[in-house]
Write a protein that binds this ligand. Sequence first.
Ligand code: ZN
Length: 199
Amino acid sequence: MEPLESQVPFPVRFVHDAECAAELELWRDPELTDAIYLSLGEHLGGAIVSDGKIQRGRTGTFEYMTLEEGGRKCYCGKLGCVECYCSADALLREGESLESFFQLLRKDDLGYCRRWGMYLDWMAAALNNIHMVMDSVIVLGGHIAPYLTREDLARLFMAIQARTAFPESENFLRLGVQEQDAVAIGAAIPFVRSFLASI
Ligand SMILES: [Zn+2]
């Protein structure tokens, strides 16, 4: 950090991108005291909000949880990580974009419906595991989130309920704030908070 700080006339901090996006969630909804934030981007990321604060350090790295023993090869060098099943990278094939994927999905293209169904099944398995660790709402953000419909969330919740040892009646999944540049805005928030505390 120091070499960079010496080159720019500003304070410098390194913050995990998913934590930045979670900062924005907290800023927009100060009543979000306990939550899991999961960023469904090209790669996955996560953060844990506890007692109104984001947990720092190596927490919330849900993408490296093993979802399938001996499964798909992950960029981290291991096999079967959640990343390989639930990221946008895992959902899309070469040359596809999220926009083109969801266009065909919403036209009920059978192949896309099948792939989406498989994606949601893996996602339900991951979300169930995560929810077992912390009984809180799970906020879904990242690039995939704007494409998720109310029906998708209901379907995901039902798939989680089919797996879980502790069924619940109320859907604990929520969509995030879905603002452009959420990570960049979120990165600025701790600086804004310290400024506000200083006046
Ligand atoms: Zn991995």
